[in-house]
Design a protein around this ligand. Structure first.
Ligand code: NAG
Ligand code: NAG
Length: 788
């Protein structure tokens, strides 16, 4: 059955009741809806999209309860119509996934070896697959292929939005880099240890699948409950539905698409200026214009190595769509942390008497007591595949000194991680325990309303409309996640126990443990605030602590190996959850979403590996520093910094790293992270009206740990864009906001990525072309802070 007519303007009422009445042919009908009669009462519900398109705002009193229950911004983005027989896993889906995954998987891997990089955006896939899919639906023959065990039609009718969603989710899973490539590259490039290709592939697959299986830990808390809105998922949902509306010739849909494509084109063209032609626009340092040769003014106003005071950036890469998605308060907390870190602490350290940090205020390098760069590699003794610590050399060079900003950055990094746990224990316990009791209820309370399944379904536990619609589909059973986890566990433990991938097997168990603990707190934060916490430095420290007591040789690539497992246990879990939420908003069978992720990884990882081998085999001399790339492209700088970091944590170890008296404070970040939320909580209890609960310590700490050494511009622009979008328009022009905010956010990101891709193709993929210097692209300082 086709769907095109279903999305037309006035059909909105029939579709919800469709689920319970019309789909007799599909076996989904067994699940049915608990209260079809209730739904039919809603026949004249005000379709939100209708309301939006026809200039009269839906009034909340007019809404049926199960819709009013959803947060307003969710109601504005989703549709309440569904046809469970819409095709999903079609030949077209497979074809398009095969087309979109390889370039993304390849490009994103290559980026980690290069200085300039080209981004591959999920929005690009979302939009391109929409049009390609429609084209395929036109040109493919309507032909039934019969492979004995399995039949499918090349073209089962009009291109469906669900295929569009699934291609996008598959690409989001597969068309990206893989954390596992770092460890493999570090070992190969700097230590000559080649990883067996089969081991590499299975390692890369399994670390991601572990994360996917960890999604099961959090899904009962964070997925079905409408309170958890997952802003990024809402943004993508909004775009899907707008494209669909435009297709069905709804006026507002076409207008939205015009604005959307107009914004993409404008942003694509604009980004050529800050990124190539007119780099000065990426950091407008007003203080430097007034006093271009004054050292103090330059330092205060400079955005590239200064404090970035009143510095405006017009480069979208320094702003990002996140400020158009996060709740306003999150944006404010981040800005406050920036002001404190860059405008107060940095000058205090520079001109005040934080004299113990003598060297490299805003550098992330390590120094000797004299302020020379610390020769970390001298501390290494190589024996076969292992490295040992050279105590004699350490005594010669003395303890390691670090820059002030780096030191407090580490402090707040640790604080952020711990505070997420502490925060959820204090503020989130009620939500979590509610979700838990709903979960228990589902698995313990029998219901008589149906024969086959004696336990309550999700839709009986959560009563909102979206969950009701989703009850047409069977959920992903828990055992699928368990089997997935079981497979990865067996494979990975075999890999480590046989001495591959550089880490002792028990550290793998520790990585899993930390991953399991952090999934819910970080997921909770992300689902509400769109705030993604980077947990890399915490993991490195953890690994350093575990490994430092171990005598004997250690491999520097081990830190990256550990980091890939512990990191992906959360990062990938989050993708799985977010994509499940997109599926929830788009009325997609959760099992199909699950498989789309698995398929994406199965396709993607071989291309990650190919890209890795290609880069290492053809560019090795540049990457390992034997030769200098005349174009300064294949510098491998990110791999190199992983190597340096590994030497610090694995070889030197946390206890020596924190041995200097003024560095001793750093581990107290843990204490700060654990206790600061308690203080906030106490204040919140004492003054419930004081809104202290908004002072999110995780968001604050994480923003405090931001490193301003390279870049302190963009923050002022972020608060401006955030205020316009998430405060002014959200509050005072809400209807316009609902129509265009997410679309513009997506368009800006797409335009930015497209522009970077074009710049990459035109000016650096083949022959390197550099922009000639001119007033707006000064050779000494693009922002014209000449004294910096
Ligand atoms: C350890 O470092 C010292 C001082 O730099 C050096 O002389 C010695 O050769 C190193 N030992 C090894 C085994 O490399
Ligand atoms: C702070 O984080 C908690 C979860 O960790 C979340 O519930 C809360 O909404 C967040 N607040 C803001 C303003 O981001």
């Amino acid at each position: 059955m086709g769907i095109s007519n279903r999305f037309s303007r006035n059909k909105d009422q029939e579709s919800v009741s469709d689920i319970s009445n019309n789909n007799g042919s599909s076996d989904n009908d067994k699940i049915g809806l608990e209260g079809p009669s209730k739904l039919q009462d809603d026949v004249d519900i005000i379709d939100l999209q209708e309301a939006l398109s026809s200039d009269n705002e839906a009034n909340i009193e007019d809404l049926p309860d199960d819709i009013a229950e959803l947060p307003k911004i969710v109601r504005e983005a989703v549709t309440f119509e569904d046809d469970p027989s819409t095709p999903t896993f079609t030949f077209r889906y497979v074809l398009l996934s095969l087309i979109f995954i390889p370039p993304g998987a390849f490009l994103d891997t290559i980026n980690s070896y290069r200085t300039t990089s080209a981004a591959y955006s999920v929005f690009f896939v979302q939009i391109a697959s929409h049009y390609l899919g429609k084209w395929l639906a036109k040109v493919l023959p309507n032909y039934e292929v019969n492979l004995y065990f399995f039949k499918f039609n090349l073209n089962p009718g009009p291109w469906s939005i669900k295929e569009n969603v699934l291609v996008t989710l598959t690409a989001a899973s597969g068309a990206t880099g893989n954390q596992g490539t770092t460890a493999i590259s570090v070992a190969d490039l700097y230590y000559g240890d080649k990883t067996n290709p089969a081991v590499a592939l299975f390692f890369m697959w399994c670390i991601n699948f572990t994360g996917y299986s960890f999604a099961a830990i959090a899904r009962n808390f964070l997925l079905y409950d409408p309170k958890f809105i997952w802003p990024q998922a809402l943004m993508q949902t909004n775009l899907f539905n707008s494209m669909k509306r435009a297709d069905s010739n709804i006026k507002i849909g076409s207008k939205q698409m015009k604005v959307f494509f107009g914004a993409i084109i404008a942003m694509t063209i604009w980004q050529f200026f800050p990124e190539f032609i007119f780099p000065m626009t990426s950091s407008l340092a007003f203080l430097c214009w007034v006093a271009p040769r004054n050292e103090v003014a330059n330092f205060i106003g400079g955005g590239l190595g200064g404090m970035g005071f009143l510095n405006i950036s017009l480069d979208w890469s320094n702003i990002g769509s996140s400020v158009m998605l996060s709740p306003y308060w999150t944006i404010v907390v981040q800005f406050v942390a920036f002001v404190l870190g860059a405008w107060i602490l940095i000058p205090a350290a520079k001109w005040g008497n934080l004299t113990s940090f003598k060297h490299g205020l805003m550098s992330n390098k390590l120094f000797t007591a004299e302020g020379d760069p610390y020769p970390t590699t001298e501390l290494m003794i190589r024996e076969g595949h292992d490295i040992f610590f050279n105590q004699t050399a350490y005594e010669v060079y003395g303890p390691l000194h670090m820059g002030a900003q780096r030191a407090w950055g580490m402090f707040f990094d640790y604080a952020a991680y711990i505070s997420a746990i502490s925060w959820i224990l204090l503020f989130g316990l009620k939500d979590v325990s509610q979700a838990w009791s709903k979960f228990k209820e589902r698995y313990t309370q029998k219901t008589t309303s149906r024969k086959e399944n004696n336990y309550k379904t999700i839709s009986e536990t959560y009563s909102d409309r979206l969950n009701k619609i989703q009850s047409a589909y069977p959920d992903v059973p828990l055992w699928w996640y368990l089997v997935l986890f079981g497979i990865t566990f067996v494979v990975l433990i075999t890999i480590f126990a046989t001495g591959h991938m550089f880490i002792p097997w028990y550290t793998y168990l520790v990585a899993l443990g930390f991953g399991a603990v952090i999934v819910v707190p970080l997921g909770y934060l992300y689902a509400i605030s769109n705030f993604q916490l980077a947990i890399g430095s915490f993991n490195e420290l953890m690994f350093g602590l575990i490994i430092q007591s171990r005598s004997g040789g250690k491999h520097p690539a081990s830190a990256s190996s550990y980091g890939a497992i512990a990191g992906d246990a959360w990062y990938r879990a989050q993708y799985m959850l977010q994509d499940q939420k997109i599926g929830h908003y788009m009325h997609i069978n959760p099992r199909h979403v699950f498989w789309s992720q698995i398929v994406g990884q199965l396709f993607g990882v071989p291309f990650n590996y190919l890209a890795l081998r290609w880069a290492i085999d053809t560019k090795r001399d540049y990457l390992d520093g034997t030769l200098t790339d005349p174009l300064h492209q294949w510098t491998g700088q990110s791999i190199q910094s992983y190597n340096t970091m590994a030497v610090q944590y694995v070889l030197v170890g946390p206890s020596k790293l924190f041995s200097l008296s003024y560095n001793k404070i750093i581990p107290y970040g843990f204490l700060f992270g654990a206790l600061a939320p308690v203080v906030i909580y106490a204040l919140h209890r004492a003054f419930p009206k004081g809104k202290f609960n908004l002072w999110n310590i995780t968001v604050f700490s994480s923003a405090m740990s931001g490193f301003y050494g390279n870049l302190s511009t963009g923050y002022v622009s972020q608060i401006i864009v955030g205020t316009i979008s998430m405060f002014y328009f959200f509050r005072y022009r809400h209807k316009l906001w609902a129509r265009y905010n997410y679309l513009l956010a997506a368009a800006f990101d797409t335009g930015f990525n497209l522009s970077i891709l074009l710049i990459f193709i035109f000016f650096s993929a083949g022959k390197q072309v550099t922009m000639p210097n001119w007033w707006g692209n000064n050779a000494d300082s693009v922002e014209r802070c000449f004294a910096l």
